[in-house]
Design a binder for this molecule. Structure first.
Ligand SMILES: Nc1ncnc2c1ncn2[C@@H]1O[C@H](COP(=O)(O)OP(=O)(O)OP(=O)(O)O)[C@@H](O)[C@H]1O
Length: 313
C-alpha cells in the first residue's frame, strides 16, 4: 500500500514488561492503518490488544521495532501525536464528581484549547453523544452506556484525526451497546479513522474494514472480515450437540464428514460448503445429535481455525 496514506505504521513492534519475570506482551507485529478506515484488533483476553493500543496512544513506550503515527515517530513526537488523537481507554477515567459539561471542559483544557472554543464544541459533542439533556448532571448519576458515550464525546474535543477505542462496548447492556455502536458508525461516516479492540465478532464484522487477529502477542492473520472468512473457513458450519457422555465418541464417528472438524467442550463443529448435506452424512453414520444447526461461518470460526481455540471460552 501507499505509505503516505498510512496513519499508523508498525514494523516489528514489541513490548516487553520488565517483570520480574520479564513478559513479552507484544512480540514483533506489523500493521498499517489507512486514513478513514475502521481497523480492529480482535483476540482473546491477554492477546496484547490493550498493550498495542497503549503504544499507539503514546501512553506506553515500545520496547522494540518501529511505530509511526501520523507520519511521526511515536517515541520522539509523543506530545504532538497525542494532540491529534482521541483516546477511549478500557476503564472510564471520567471525573465522577463533576458534571458532564465540566468533564469535557477539563479535558479540552488539558489539550490547551481556549475555553470559548471548548464551549462551542460542547454543544455538538453532547448532541453527538445523545447527552444534551444530561449536560448539567454529575457523572455519578449516569448509566454505564452514558458514561461510555461521554468518554467518546470527550475524546473528540480536540477534533482528532484518529480515535482509539479499547473494548468500547464491553460491560454494556445490549441496548446501550447498540446505541454506542451506531454512534461509532456515524463517526466512521464522518471520515474519522478508528482503531478499536473487541472480542465481539458481530461488531468486528460489521464495523471494521480490516482486522488484525491477535493471539499471544502476535498477529496471526489480517484482512477484511470477508477475506478472513473466505481464506480460513468454509462457507457453512454444522454445529452438533450430543449427550455429554457420548460427546467424544460421536465426534470420532463424525470425523471425515465435511472438510474439517473441531471438537469444543460442548459442541462439535463441522466445516463444509453444505451443512444440510453434512448433516445427512452424519445421520447415515448412525449418529443422532440432540441438536443440529447449520449457519454461515464467521470470525469466531476464523479464530478457531487459526488457533485451535474458541475466542470466547
Ligand atoms: N503493566 C503490565 N506489566 C506486566 N504484564 C502486563 C502489564 N500489562 C499487561 N500485561 C500482560 O500482558 C499480556 C497482554 O495484556 P493486554 O492487556 O495487552 O491483553 P489484551 O489482549 O488487551 O487483553 P484484555 O482484553 O484482557 O485487555 C497479558 O498477559 C497481561 O497480563
Amino acid at each position: 500500500m501507499d505509505d503516505a496514506a498510512a496513519l499508523v505504521r508498525a514494523r516489528g513492534l514489541t513490548k516487553t514488561y520488565d517483570g520480574p519475570p520479564p513478559y513479552t506482551a507484544v512480540a514483533g507485529i506489523n500493521f498499517e492503518v489507512r486514513r478513514g478506515e475502521a481497523f480492529g484488533f480482535l483476540g482473546p483476553n491477554g492477546a496484547g490488544k490493550s498493550t498495542t493500543m497503549r503504544m499507539i496512544g503514546c501512553v506506553s513506550p515500545r520496547s522494540g521495532g518501529e511505530l509511526e503515527i501520523l507520519g511521526r515517530d511515536a517515541a520522539t513526537a509523543r506530545k504532538a501525536i497525542k494532540a491529534r488523537i482521541g483516546s477511549v481507554p478500557q476503564d472510564d477515567t471520567l471525573d465522577t464528581e463533576l458534571t458532564v459539561e465540566e468533564n469535557i471542559l477539563i479535558y479540552g483544557r488539558y489539550f490547551g484549547l481556549p475555553r470559548a472554543l471548548i464551549r462551542e464544541r460542547t454543544d455538538r459533542l453532547l448532541e453527538f453523544a445523545r447527552l444534551t439533556d444530561k449536560r448539567a448532571s454529575r457523572v455519578q448519576e449516569l448509566s454505564g452506556g452514558m458514561r461510555r458515550r461521554l468518554t467518546i464525546a470527550r475524546s473528540l474535543v480536540n477534533e482528532p484525526d484518529l480515535v482509539l477505542l479499547d473494548e468500547p462496548t464491553t460491560g454494556l447492556d445490549p441496548q446501550a451497546r447498540h446505541l454506542l455502536w451506531e454512534r461509532l458508525f456515524r463517526l466512521k461516516q464522518d471520515g474519522v479513522t478508528l482503531i478499536l479492540t473487541t472480542h465481539y465478532m458481530d461488531e468486528a464484522e460489521q464495523l471494521c474494514d480490516r482486522l488484525a487477529v491477535m493471539d499471544a502477542g502476535r498477529i496471526v492473520a489480517h484482512g477484511s472480515p470477508r477475506e478472513l472468512i473466505d481464506r480460513y473457513v468454509t462457507r457453512e458450519v454444522l454445529e452438533l450437540r450430543f449427550r455429554l457422555d457420548e460427546h467424544e465418541l460421536s465426534a470420532e464417528k463424525a470425523r471425515g464428514v465435511g472438510e474439517r472438524l473441531e471438537v469444543l467442550p460442548d459442541r462439535v463443529l463441522i466445516y463444509t460448503s453444505d451443512g444440510e448435506d453434512a448433516l445427512d452424512a452424519v445421520r447415515r453414520r448412525g449418529l443422532d445429535p440432540l441438536t443440529a444447526l447449520v449457519r454461515r461461518s464467521g470470525l469466531e470460526d476464523v479464530f478457531l481455525s487459526l488457533t485451535g481455540r474458541a475466542l470466547v471460552e
